[in-house]
Design a protein around this ligand. Structure first.
Ligand code: GDG
Length: 502
C-alpha cells in the first residue's frame, strides 16, 4: 500500500449522475462548483471520491464496476459508491438532512420536523458511509468530508477505530445558538463535529455561531490562536476551527463570457425579451433563496417607479430541486401565482415584466444571461455563501452592471464593498435599491464592479481548495499560516489507478 497521504473526498453525492436511457445506463459528469473545483485536483494527483450514486436501484457489484470502472480509469481517480435504500433516502436525505438540518441551519426553525426516526436514520447512514470510507482508505489519507449530510461521519469512523486525518467543510450557514439549541440532538451533533481534526465554515459569522453553541453546552470551552484558523477545546475534544469562503473558477467564467458566441447570445437577449434593462435572478427552487420576496419587491418597484414599466424585465431562472418535499411544491405554487399576478397587472405592448423559467439552462446560456444583465438580484433569506453573485461579477466583461446582494448571504462579508446590500425582508428597501442600480452612473458602476471582481479573483475556487488543504494538512496551530507548508499531494501521482477496481 502507498504510504503517501491521498485525498479522499466524501460528499452526499458522487460527482457523476447516472442517466437511464431505456435499458442502458450511463454516467454524466455532475455540475456545480465543488465538482468543477475538485475534479481537476483529483485528476492531477490521484485520489478517491466517495458518495451516493443518486439511485436506489439495486445494482450488483458487476454493474457498479461496469458503470464506475471506466469513469475512474478515464479520470485517474476512483469513484466508490454508497448504496442507499428507498427508506434511507426518505429518512436520512429528505428527512433529517432536508427537513431538519437545512431549515434549522437557515434560521427557519418553524419548518423543521424533529422526528426521532429521522435522527436514527441519519446516524445509521453516516455509519454506512463510514464503512465505505474505512474499506477504501488507509492511515495518513486526508478524508475531506462535505456538508451537513455527513456531520457524523468522522465520529462513526473513530468509533470503528479507523484512524485517518479528518477535515470537514460546512457549505451551509451555522445558526446562532438560540436556534441551534432547539435541536433535540444538539449535544450529540456537536460531539460528532468535534471529532474532525479540522472543522471549516464559510464565514466568521458561522464560526462564531458554532463557538457560541459550544460555550453554552460546555462553559469550559477554550479557544487559542487568531486568524482564519483557531484551536478549540470543548467537551473533551480538541479541533482546529476555520472559516474559508468558497468561490468560483473566476477565469473560467470570465473567459466564457468573452467568447464571441456568448457575446452574440447576450446581445440578442434584450431583443428577445423586448426590454432596455435586464435584471437576472438565478436560484435553485428553495425557500431560503427568497424568490417570492424578490418578486414582491420587483412588483413594488414597478408601482413606485412607473418609468420602469415597458422597458425593465426580470428574468428569473429557477432550477427544479427537492420537488418531493412538500414545502418545495408549495413554494413552486406560490412563485407561479406571483409571476401570473405581476404579469397580469403590468404586461403591455409585447413587454412582459417577469420571464420565469423553471428549468436548468445550459451553462453558455447562463453565462450569456449574466453578461447581458444590468442588475443581478441575489437576495436569499440566508445562504452559506452563494456562488451566483460571484459568477455574475465574473461575467461582467463589458459595460458593468450592479450586484444587489442580501446582507444574509455569506458572500456579503466579502462583497459588501462593491454590491448594494439589502435586507430581503424589506420590500421597499429592495425596490429602492433596484431603482438606484438601474439609474447608477457608469463611473460608479465601474468602480463598484472593479472592486467586486478584484475580490473574487484574489480568492477564487483554486485559492479555496489550496487553503483548505494546507489548513487541513497542518498538524498544529504553529503550522499556520499556509505559506510555510510544503504541497501535500505530489503532482502526477496515480497510485489509486493501479488498485483493483471495486
Ligand atoms: C450550497 C449553499 C454555497 C443555477 N442555475 C443553473 C445553474 N446554476 C448553478 C449556479 C451555481 C449553482 O448552481 C448554485 O450555487 P449556490 O451557491 O448559489 O447555491 P446552492 O446550490 O444552494 O449551494 C451555498 C454552495 O453550496 C457552495 O458552497 O454557496 O450557499 O447553499 O454555481 O451557476 N447552472 C446551470 N444552469 C442553470 O440553470 N448550468
Amino acid at each position: 500500500m502507498a504510504k503517501e497521504p491521498r485525498l479522499v473526498v466524501v460528499s452526499n453525492r458522487l460527482p457523476v449522475v447516472l442517466e437511464k436511457n431505456g435499458n442502458s445506463q450511463r454516467l454524466k459528469p455532475g455540475s456545480g462548483g465543488l465538482v468543477t473545483a475538485l475534479t481537476p485536483i483529483l485528476k492531477d494527483r490521484g485520489g478517491i471520491w466517495i458518495g451516493w450514486l443518486g439511485t436506489t436501484e439495486r445494482l450488483s457489484i458487476r454493474q457498479l464496476r461496469t458503470i464506475l470502472g471506466p469513469a475512474s480509469e478515464e479520470w485517474g481517480f476512483r469513484l466508490y459508491p454508497v448504496l442507499l435504500s428507498d427508506e434511507e433516502v426518505e429518512q436520512f436525505y429528505y428527512g433529517f438532512a432536508n427537513e431538519v438540518l437545512w431549515p434549522l441551519f437557515h434560521d427557519l426553525q418553524t419548518r423543521c420536523r424533529f422526528d426521532p426516526a429521522y435522527w436514527r436514520s441519519y446516524v445509521a447512514v453516516n455509519a454506512k458511509y463510514a464503512r465505505v470510507v474505512a474499506r477504501h482508505t488507509q492511515e495518513d489519507d486526508l478524508v475531506w468530508i462535505h456538508d451537513y449530510h455527513l456531520m457524523g461521519l468522522s465520529a462513526a469512523l473513530k468509533e470503528m477505530g479507523v484512524k485517518r486525518q479528518y477535515a470537514f467543510f460546512l457549505h451551509i450557514p451555522f445558526p446562532p445558538p438560540d436556534l441551534f439549541l432547539k435541536l433535540p440532538w444538539r449535544e450529540q451533533l456537536l460531539r460528532m463535529l468535534l471529532q474532525n481534526d479540522l472543522i471549516a465554515f464559510q464565514t466568521l459569522r458561522d464560526r462564531r455561531n458554532f463557538l457560541g453553541s459550544l460555550r453554552v453546552l460546555d462553559r469550559r470551552t477554550a479557544v487559542s490562536g487568531r486568524g482564519p484558523a483557531i484551536k478549540v477545546t470543548s467537551m473533551g475534544y480538541t479541533a482546529n476551527v476555520a472559516h474559508l469562503p468558497i468561490s468560483i473558477d473566476f477565469k473560467g467564467f470570465s473567459r466564457q463570457a468573452k467568447q464571441p458566441d456568448v457575446a452574440a447570445q447576450a446581445k440578442q437577449l434584450k431583443e428577445t425579451y423586448h426590454c432596455k434593462h435586464l435584471i437576472i435572478g438565478v436560484d435553485r427552487l428553495d425557500y431560503t433563496k427568497g424568490i417570492p420576496e424578490r418578486l414582491n419587491a420587483f412588483r413594488l418597484a414597478l408601482k413606485r417607479y412607473p418609468e420602469l414599466r415597458g422597458n425593465t424585465t426580470l428574468v428569473q431562472i429557477v432550477v427544479p430541486s427537492r420537488e418531493r418535499v412538500p414545502a418545495y411544491g408549495a413554494l413552486k405554487g406560490e412563485i407561479d401565482a406571483l409571476v401570473g399576478q405581476i404579469n397580469g397587472e403590468f404586461t403591455q405592448d409585447g413587454w412582459v415584466p417577469v420571464v420565469y423559467r423553471y428549468q436548468s439552462i445550459p451553462r453558455d446560456e447562463l453565462v450569456a444571461h449574466y453578461r447581458a444583465a444590468d442588475v443581478a438580484l441575489v437576495t436569499p433569506l440566508k445562504d452559506g455563501m452563494n456562488l451566483v453573485c460571484k459568477e455574475y461579477c465574473a461575467c461582467q466583461v463589458e459595460d458593468p452592471g450592479v450586484l444587489i446582494l442580501s446582507e444574509f448571504a455569506g458572500a456579503a462579508s466579502q462583497l459588501g464593498g462593491g454590491a448594494l446590500l439589502v435586507n430581503p425582508y424589506d420590500a421597499e428597501g429592495m425596490a429602492d435599491a433596484l431603482y438606484r442600480a438601474l439609474t447608477m452612473p457608469l463611473s460608479q458602476r465601474r468602480r463598484r464592479m472593479r472592486l467586486l471582481r478584484r475580490n473574487i479573483t484574489q480568492e477564487d475556487i483554486f485559492w479555496w481548495v489550496d487553503n483548505f488543504l494546507r489548513t487541513a494538512a497542518s498538524k498544529a496551530l504553529r503550522d499556520f499560516p499556509e505559506s510555510t507548508l510544503p504541497p501535500l499531494f505530489p503532482r502526477g501521482r496515480r497510485t489509486i489507478r493501479q488498485q483493483e477496481a471495486e
